[in-house]
Design a protein. Structure first.
Length: 264
């Protein structure tokens, strides 16, 4: 027994007669600890927490890139080409190449992250076009793999594990909290990254909590793997920090006020 443990034992033995004789619980000090004190975070009403990393504040898209092939066929990062308008960044129309839609303009964060708290505001087009998955479709991918769906589901039905605020093809939301097309909507998301052993074995699944327009719609759900459109998801090892992706689904969805707090 080390000296610290021995001293602790002596202290408890000294208290024991008092506790037993008085037939009372131990003093409250025995279950209190004072260190380490948590850091102070300034969180102004409607503002950005002081320890947050701002990824878009409406003035520029410097924190985001698109990926394009160079002359050698290698993928390289280029400046984001989304439309910047009235403090929002908007998915641009696809260029036509030989009569077909050009390459996706999905954007990727320059910085990489693991577990985070994210705040994001988005807006589906006011002019309603299409239905189901073809209406105001986008998505936010954590670690470039795990998608929380963005979709205009205001009076618009689709498969429930692909609707607004779902973990796409895995978890439907607990409620449909969508506002009308053209109105700004908020996501506050807690994403906890998966954990792997050094040999690549999965130790802990990723989890997601989503609050949509102030309504809890996903409550710490476990993910079965990265988002896939066909088939079933399954994990494979990846590094503990990866970029975000915001999807270009060929719908002019707008975004503003994006910030994250790192939780790892």
């Amino acid at each position: 027994m080390n000296k610290t443990s021995f001293k602790t034992l002596l202290s408890l033995l000294a208290l024991a007669p008092t506790v037993l004789l008085a037939d009372e619980p131990p003093p409250p000090e025995m279950t209190e600890y004072w260190t380490p004190q948590p850091p102070v975070v300034d969180s102004p009403a409607g503002g950005v927490p002081s320890d947050a990393i701002v990824l878009f504040d409406g003035t520029n898209m410097d924190e985001w890139v698109i990926h394009r092939q160079d002359e050698d066929g290698d993928m390289v990062a280029r400046p984001a080409n989304w439309v910047l308008e009235d403090g929002a960044m908007i998915v641009p129309p696809r260029e036509k190449i030989n009569g077909k839609n050009g390459p996706s303009s999905s954007i990727f964060s320059k910085q990489s992250f693991g577990s985070v708290q994210m705040h994001l505001e988005w807006r589906a087009p006011k002019e309603v076009k299409g239905n189901g998955q073809g209406r105001g479709n986008s998505g936010i991918f954590f670690m470039n793999r795990y998608e929380v769906q963005i979709l205009d589901c205001y009076q618009n039905e689709t498969y429930v594990n692909g609707m607004t605020a779902s973990v796409y093809k895995q978890h439907p939301p607990l409620a449909n909290a969508c506002r009308a097309p053209g109105e700004w909507q908020t996501y506050d998301i807690i994403f906890m990254a998966p954990e792997f052993s050094p040999d690549g074995t999965l130790l802990k699944k990723a989890t997601v909590t989503v609050i949509h327009n102030g309504v809890l719609v996903l409550n710490h759900v476990e993910l079965d793997g990265p988002t896939v459109y066909r088939g079933l998801p399954s994990y494979s090892y990846h590094t503990p920090r990866q970029p975000f992706q915001i999807q270009d689904h060929n719908n002019p969805v707008a975004f503003r006020n994006i910030w994250v707090r790192e939780l790892d």
